[in-house]
Design a protein. Structure first.
Length: 173
């Protein structure tokens, strides 16, 4: 059973956060191990497994990035770690940013940090604008895999940009 089935919601990139939270609390009460202490060991093990599933499902579905990875894995379009490739033009662009980061290591410059941070924000916004129609289309019809390869690219690029942002944070301190 996948997390969406467990929560009785459709597979989608966007979820109703409040509805998700309510379902989590409802299932937390329903599967709380303390209510099953007088049951058989088998029943206690089953409830513990359902309680764990509830926690894992909630942690995954409430986080946008984890949910995106989960949906892409569930639909079979996201391969094993390292098997998906980023476009060469994106990698060249990121190589430039990484070179600027290396320069900052030896010559700290708050202005340069701000400039790189702005570039990252603009890149992230542009990527999101490109992929939003695809996410919306999938949410309307989760049976379609049309355009999901571009969503995989978005997900991988976003992760790459996050690593650059984390490295940039080291120099901003």
């Amino acid at each position: 059973m996948n997390y969406f089935e467990f929560y009785e919601i459709p597979v989608s990139f966007g979820v109703d956060a409040e509805g998700l939270r309510k379902q989590f609390y409802k299932l937390s009460k329903q599967y709380h191990p303390d209510f099953y202490t007088l049951e058989s060991e088998e029943k206690q093990a089953e409830i513990l497994q359902l309680s764990t599933l509830n926690n894992e499902a909630y942690e995954t579905l409430r986080n946008e990035d984890r949910r995106m990875k989960y949906v892409l894995t569930l639909t079979g379009v996201l391969g094993e770690e390292g098997s998906n490739k980023l476009p060469p033009d994106f990698l060249m662009e990121m190589m430039e940013l990484n070179e600027h980061l290396m320069e900052l290591e030896f010559d700290p410059n708050p202005t340069a940090v701000g400039h790189i941070r702005k570039q990252l924000e603009e890149k992230e916004a542009a990527l999101l604008n490109e992929v939003t129609p695809l996410l919306t289309r999938f949410d309307a019809d989760p049976t379609t895999k049309d355009g999901l390869d571009l969503v995989v690219n978005y997900y991988l690029k976003k992760r790459y940009l996050l690593r650059i942002r984390e490295n940039l944070g080291k120099f901003a301190e």
